[in-house]
Design a protein around this ligand. Structure first.
Ligand SMILES: [Zn+2]
Length: 350
């Protein structure tokens, strides 16, 4: 079985003007993929995304919001939220991002592909049922998870969110259910999006199925990895998801202008390799990676190809500088990790 890369040039037609979430992000990622040769190794195939229907968007989003986005686009575009501009084609492009993600989980679920990377935009994890936020229009990962639950009868889906920002939209959708375990490691959310604090752990049936790890600005690779090893991996091992979705934002990179996690290129292969290993053991290898943020074009050129290679089972080496880490920040990150462990140990053995 092969790894699928879901991509369409149509994804470039969501025009945002002078904005970090611009079409060049995907163009850079695609040219990096072509340059790497990963498409010629016979292990990765290009797959065609399809549009999500209105009924599919309604798996999560309110009809009134869907129609609002459609109307603004039909009128030529504008702002649907203070940081989300749309153009004439944006509704269609966002539907193609959502539909591409649903199609990817479907085909991996059916065993047609080994796993899949959805190289789509706009991103999704800040989008809530009735509003856009943070460059996101429809919540691609959440829609795909809901599709697996409602239409495929999957009982346990993991959404692992490694974007530098908390996925407020995804958390909101699944806050009161145990059918989706939402784990997010992100930078201090006090400024944005103002959710994703340690004490947000879910409600009712969902208690313990939301795990937030808010690291301080400048946390860096070692503490990020520590949080991963001491919290994320043990909880996944106990939850035993049948399917894994990764909300893959690459904006934690130290050269990315929109966040401050100070991660280097070395951390990402490590994370993807460990998540693929755990998927092989407990989720029949079923894993779909969906692009979220990532705004440094040079890094996008490298890291998407690297991730795709790892998903196809090919070892790749990365080279990067290691940004300096302030020991005081490391100390603060250690304390936060211990605090998350203390709170989550009410639900998991840590
Ligand atoms: Zn982000």
């Amino acid at each position: 079985m092969k790894t699928a890369l879901f991509y369409s040039p149509k994804y470039l037609e969501h025009e945002t003007g002078k904005h970090p979430e611009k079409p060049q992000r995907l163009a850079a990622a695609m040219s990096g993929i072509k340059e790497s040769g990963v498409l010629s190794w016979g292990k990765v195939v290009l797959a065609e995304p399809r549009y999500a229907s209105i009924e599919e968007l309604e798996l999560i989003h309110k009809r009134i919001y869907i129609e609002f986005v459609k109307r603004v686009c039909e009128a030529g575009g504008g702002l649907i939220h203070n940081e989300t501009p749309v153009s004439k084609e944006s509704f269609n492009v966002a539907s193609l991002a959502a539909g591409g993600t649903i199609e990817a989980v479907n085909k991996v679920f059916l065993g047609i592909f080994r796993n899949a990377f959805v190289l789509a935009r706009p991103p999704g994890h800040h989008a809530e049922p009735d509003r856009s936020m943070g460059f996101c229009i429809f919540n691609n990962a959440a829609l795909a998870a809901k599709h697996l639950i409602d239409r495929r009868g999957v009982k346990r889906v993991l959404i692992l969110d490694i974007d530098a920002h908390h996925g407020n939209g995804t958390q909101k959708v699944f806050y009161d259910t145990d059918r989706v375990l939402y784990i997010s490691i992100h930078e201090d959310p006090t400024e944005f999006p103002k959710t994703g604090f340690i004490w947000e752990v879910g409600l009712e049936e969902g208690k313990g199925y939301t795990v937030n790890i808010p690291l301080p600005y400048g946390a860096g690779d070692p503490l990020y990895w520590k949080a991963f090893k001491r919290i994320v991996l043990p909880i996944i091992g106990q939850y035993k998801p049948e399917f894994i979705l990764v909300s893959a934002g690459f904006d934690g990179y130290y050269m990315d202008a929109v966040s401050e996690l100070s991660l280097s290129a070395y951390i990402y292969p490590r994370i993807f390799q460990s998540i693929i290993n755990i998927a092989e053991k407990i989720s029949s290898g079923r894993i779909v990676v969906v692009l979220e943020g990532g705004y440094n074009l040079r890094f996008m050129r490298k890291i998407v190809a690297t991730t795709l290679s790892i998903m196809a089972g090919v070892n790749v080496s990365v080279r990067d500088k290691r940004p300096p880490i302030n020991p005081w920040v490391e100390g603060m990150a250690e304390k936060i990790i211990e605090e998350v462990r203390r709170i989550q140990s009410r639900f998991w053995s840590l």
